[in-house]
Design a protein around this ligand. Structure first.
Ligand code: RP5
Length: 166
């Protein structure tokens, strides 16, 4: 069975950032479901979702949240599925509050945390986890990396040519 990625966010105001993860999952052809679930405003839903996530066919959960961003931690408390925390820059503290709230988990309950607003990396990391048991997806990821490498090499070639003319 092809496992899905859950993309959950604390508020719909996170979507402008989280959409980057959704677009990347779509590009990889990975099935996903997107939800607004809040650790603070809908804690019962958060617990129920996390407890049922594995049986519902999810393989990885991306949890995006800002400010006192407890969503990933609460989700991770209720499931053994890998949880990827995506800190959102949604406050006057420039997202540092979100980052620290997500990354500083106590021993025993990890949340794999990407950069502030690092939506694309959240999706790529989720894909890499699923690719451990999906050879076709592993090939897709290798191709994606090869394209990225070629783009960077092209930038290097271009810069070297431009530097000659400075
Ligand atoms: C967090 O509070 C959400 O993840 C969002 O980043 C932030 C602000 O939420 P809203 O007031 O926009 O709903 O829980």
């Amino acid at each position: 069975m092809k496992r899905k990625v859950a993309v959950i966010m604390g508020s719909d105001s996170d979507l402008s950032v989280v959409s980057g993860a959704i677009r990347q999952l779509k590009e990889f052809g990975i099935p996903f479901e997107a939800r607004v679930i809040s650790a603070h405003r809908t804690p019962a839903e958060a617990g129920a979702f996390a407890r049922g996530a594995a049986d519902a066919g999810f393989g990885v959960i991306i949890a995006a949240a800002g400010k006192a961003a407890h969503l990933g931690g609460v989700i991770a408390a209720y499931t053994t599925l890998p949880v990827i925390g995506l800190p959102i820059k949604s406050s006057t503290l420039d997202g540092l509050d979100s980052l620290l709230s997500i990354v500083q988990m106590p021993p025993g309950v990890p949340v794999a945390t990407v950069a502030i607003d690092g939506a694309q990396n959240a999706a790529i990391l989720a894909a890499q986890i699923l690719a451990l048991s999906d050879a076709a997806l592993a090939k897709t990821l290798a191709a994606h990396k090869a394209v990225m490498t070629e783009k960077a090499l092209e930038k290097d070639r271009k810069l070297q040519a431009e530097a000659e003319n400075l």
